[in-house]
Ligand binder design. Structure first.
Ligand code: SF4
Ligand code: SF4
Length: 402
């Protein structure tokens, strides 16, 4: 039920706020747990290492959620400024799990920004979650079965160096054509993923900057603050302020490994996927090994921590958290197997594992990047960008008034 009401919070009177009493129960579907026990004491905000003057989370978000102030949450950047270190949940006297509510709100906001409605279904229905992954995987396998079947005579598929020619499997198709086909597929996939992700980010921009009409940043500020995007994406520097700095190191290792692998596969495929097996010191192999190491280490440590429920940030796992970890792990594992089979000269094993690898990789990218857990890699730097943009615009306006 929706009411218009005058609300008083720790930040003064908010007149005629729109409140929805069903909101708290809806947030439970995104993973929120026991948060209604919160009595607004503010310990969580006091211990949060990332709180700044204009971002008093997580208490404010807890309050808004319990009161059902959905529009205020939708126009807030606070959930994205939290990196889920878990410090607040450790100190909460009511065990209201403020860190988990921030995580749940990020899932909820991802579904709000997504205009297709797919993200909401993905987060709230396991049938949709697993069904969509299975459907995209089936399309990949079907495409190989129909158009990219292996040659009946594998005798010419071994290189002079003893390795398998990864691009010459397909009956009647040259190595160059095969790479071009996979590359075109890569570009089509990247275009689709980028379209959905960027349009969702635009939706986020409309909600947090345009409709939240507290300030109107001039164009020059958009350019001036743009460095935030690259800097925060590349360094994840805010996470380093949390008490557990190892977590930052692991997060960075995994993120850089993923970004390197994604860049090599999508932007430099003809350089990355070649017939010749390069010596171990070649940059192509070195970068591949670095990315694999970063991904594997991060995935193993986080999976073990989630299984053991060690620390507040691993105490609760939504099904989408596990799906993300499992799919990334299987993608990495099948990639390693393709490499081992290749350098060992094992022809059928290389081909079939390559198809399985793509049948896991493609749905992970198509479904996870724009609609689910992976999207936080884009939303976080944009949130920091919008946050700094709004603050700079506010300062500029105050300066003009003086
Ligand atoms: S979440 Fe816990 S620490 Fe934070 S305001 Fe509520 S009761 Fe206090
Ligand atoms: S989980 Fe960490 S970063 Fe997030 S609100 Fe709590 S203390 Fe702050």
């Amino acid at each position: 039920m929706i009411w218009m009401s005058t609300i008083t919070t720790g930040w003064g009177v908010i007149s005629m706020a729109r409140i929805d009493h069903t909101f708290a129960s809806r947030i439970e579907m995104f993973g929120g747990i026991d948060f209604t026990a919160c009595y607004n004491c503010g310990h969580c905000t006091a211990v949060c290492p990332l709180v700044e003057e204009n971002a008093s989370f997580p208490r404010r978000m807890l309050r808004y959620t319990i009161l059902g102030m959905e529009e205020d949450i939708q126009s807030s950047l606070d959930p994205w400024l939290c990196y889920y270190c878990g410090d607040c949940s450790e100190t909460c006297p009511r065990q209201s799990n403020p860190g988990e509510i921030m995580m749940s709100l990020r899932r909820y906001l991802t579904s709000v920004y997504d205009w297709t409605g797919f993200s909401r279904r993905f987060y709230t229905s396991r049938k949709w979650e697993f069904g969509s992954i299975a459907a995209v995987a089936a399309v990949v396998v079907l495409l190989f079965a129909l158009f990219l079947r292996p040659t009946a005579d594998p005798s010419g598929l071994i290189n002079a160096d003893g390795g398998v020619k990864i691009n010459s499997f397909v009956e009647g198709m040259s190595s160059e054509t095969f790479v071009s086909v996979i590359e075109i597929g890569d570009w089509v996939m990247a275009a689709i993923v980028s379209f959905f992700l960027l349009s969702n980010i635009f939706n986020m921009y409309l909600k947090v900057v345009v409709r939240n009409r507290k300030v109107s940043p001039p164009l020059s500020l958009y350019v001036k603050e743009a460095w935030n995007l690259v800097y925060h994406f590349a360094t994840q520097i805010k996470l380093s302020k949390c008490s557990d700095r190892t977590y930052w190191g692991l997060h960075w290792l995994l993120m850089s490994g993923y970004t390197i692998m994604f860049t090599m596969i999508v932007l430099f495929l003809p350089w990355f996927q070649v017939e010749k097996i390069h010596p171990i010191y070649h940059p192509q192999r070195f970068l591949g090994y670095y990315a694999t190491f970063g991904l594997l280490l991060g995935l193993i440590v986080w999976s073990v921590q989630r299984i053991r429920k060690s620390g507040e940030k691993h105490r609760y796992s939504h099904s989408t958290d596990w799906l993300f970890l499992v799919m990334l792990f299987l993608t990495t594992l099948t990639g390693i197997l393709v490499h081992i089979f290749r350098i060992s000269g094992m022809v059928p094993q290389t081909y079939y594992t390559f198809v399985i690898h793509l049948a896991i990789l493609v749905p992970m990218l198509v479904v996870e990047v724009p609609f689910s857990k992976w999207s936080h890699l884009a939303y976080r730097p944009f949130a920091t960008y919008f946050y700094n943009l709004i603050n700079s615009a506010r300062m500029l306006e105050e300066k003009k008034k003086k």
